[in-house]
Design a protein around this ligand. Structure first.
Ligand SMILES: Nc1ncnc2c1ncn2[C@@H]1O[C@H](COP(=O)(O)OP(=O)(O)OP(=O)(O)O)[C@@H](O)[C@H]1O
Ligand SMILES: [Mg+2]
Length: 373
């Protein structure tokens, strides 16, 4: 690997708070050369600290800053492991694109929206001896946008097609779609919960971090009334631009709707899985042009039951079963981390990377701030 240059590292840590996904990539014309990958699992203590900061109404500056520093160190550790594993030197790395751990996403605040990602990029730069690009969302918010989703421009770069109208669905903690029609008019927004409600219901009732392959949900019955109640939530009726987070889809959301339900916990898991599937399919059915193919990425791809329910819902709209982004030559696990490596490249090249039609901003912007070792 020693002779390779122009490598970018991407770091993604999503709302699932499961792990740091790290990739080393090079960008070719309209494709990516995935040089190396590393999943850096979070320790239980770190997950607890992040979750508690996300859930608390007010936090101390000390708590906030300590987690910011701790995450900066963990991101650096993840990068060092990635570099050791693939024999990479700092001189080969153009920059690290670090999304950071979202602890608050509040784009529709009355005064001005905000979105906070932690993971001190100064520490990351110093400890890895690499340039770092971080704080990707706030330029878009300053321009009146949601600051999210940001992956659509990357999806266009690597998945755009002149032959078919494609939808890319990322099923992370939150699910988001990008529509890439041949006409070039990209659309994209968060559809609502991806895995986040499924994970928290599992943690609460079967003491597991996630519903492996959806096998628990598959043994339950979907409660149609409860599903309709979940789907009556305002977010699902709101027109894009829109984005969301665990501030909206959390245990209170489930409990609010379940208060009149007699369903067993396993039936609620089945119903939550159906909620994710249907709200993705419903969102796809609202797109401005006919859809030829749907491709999926993110951890939710491994939830076999969820994918089978999504397939069923898409079929009702005469859309074929979704395919993995593997068919488009990118492993579904590494799409989002690669997006942040690409966004770092856009930043260094002073290229605007947000799509105002997607985020709702006044115009597109150069995203991110650069930190030097
Ligand atoms: N074998 C599996 N069976 C069921 N679900 C799985 C499996 N493997 C992963 N998942 C789900 O995927 C989630 C992690 O997905 P991912 O890392 O894409 O989400 P994320 O960290 O929220 O990222 P992002 O915000 O970029 O979308 C896990 O929390 C789990 O719910
Ligand atoms: Mg993850």
């Amino acid at each position: 690997m020693a002779n390779k240059k122009n490598i970018y590292i991407g770091l993604m840590t999503g709302t699932s708070i499961d792990a740091i996904d790290a990739v080393a990539v090079r960008f070719l014309n309209n494709s990516i050369d995935l040089i190396g990958t590393k999943t850096y699992q979070f320790q239980t203590e770190t997950v607890k600290s992040i979750r508690s900061l996300c859930q608390l109404e007010s936090v101390s500056l000390n708590q906030y800053s300590e987690l910011d520093n701790d995450l900066g160190k963990l991101f650096a550790e993840a990068v060092r492991e990635l570099m050791d594993l693939h024999d990479l030197q700092p001189s080969q790395i153009c920059a690290i694109g670090c999304h950071g751990q979202t602890v608050k996403h509040h784009p529709n605040n009355d005064k001005m929206g905000f979105s906070i990602q932690l993971g001190n990029p100064n520490i990351l730069a110093v400890e890895t001896e690499c340039r770092v690009v971080s704080d990707f969302r706030r330029a878009d918010i300053a321009l009146g946008g949601q600051g999210a989703p940001l992956a659509p421009a990357f999806h266009k770069f690597c998945f755009g097609s002149e032959e078919e109208n494609r939808v890319i669905v990322n099923i992370g903690g939150i699910a988001n779609i990008t529509f890439l029609p041949k006409s070039g008019h990209v659309q994209g927004f968060d559809t609502g919960p991806g895995n986040t409600l499924l994970d928290l219901w599992c943690r609460k009732h079967i003491n597991k971090p996630f519903d492996n392959e959806g096998s628990w949900a598959a043994t339950g019955d979907i409660d149609i009334n409860l599903l309709q109640s979940f789907k009556s939530e305002k977010y699902f009726k709101t027109k894009p631009p829109k984005s969301t987070g665990t501030e909206e889809f959390n245990l209170s959301f489930i409990e609010k709707h379940c208060s009149d339900s007699n369903s067993q916990t396993v039936d609620i898991q089945a119903t939550l899985t159906e909620l994710t599937a249907q709200t993705i399919a419903d969102s796809i059915s609202t797109l401005a042009e006919p859809v030829d193919k749907v491709y999926i990425c993110g951890g939710g791809c491994h939830n076999t039951f969820l994918v089978s329910r999504l397939t069923k819902s898409l079929k009702q709209n005469n859309i074929d079963a979704p395919l993995s982004t593997e068919y488009l030559k990118i492993d579904p696990k590494w799409v989002e981390a690669s997006a942040f490596a690409w966004l770092a490249k856009q930043r260094l090249e002073l290229k605007a990377a947000s799509i105002p039609e997607v985020t709702g901003a006044k115009r597109s912007a150069i995203l991110g701030a650069v930190y030097f070792p």
